[in-house]
Design a protein. Structure first.
Length: 82
């Protein structure tokens, strides 16, 4: 995947990694570390500092991002009520 805008790349990877971790499983929420490890493993050769930068992205507020947090600080897919 090639992207000039890292935030957009992280959004897509966050969504894909969350799906990969939870598809066909009863698990709904994942930790930042679980998601970052899975996302990093998607690359044959991850970009320099990818995991650190991805964790920073997860720690920041992304109003257009695909994930939200529950009371236990686990990442869940964002579901729109509209």
């Amino acid at each position: 995947m090639y992207c000039w805008r890292p935030r957009l790349l992280y959004r897509e990877i966050a969504s894909s990694a969350h799906y990969g971790l939870t598809d066909g499983d009863d698990q709904v929420g994942v930790t930042d570390e679980q998601l970052a490890k899975y996302a990093t493993d998607l690359f044959e050769s991850p970009p320099v500092d990818f995991e650190e930068n991805f964790l920073q992205y997860l720690d920041s507020v992304d109003p257009l991002g695909p994930l939200t947090r529950n009371e236990e600080d686990l990442l869940l897919p964002f579901k729109s009520e509209t």
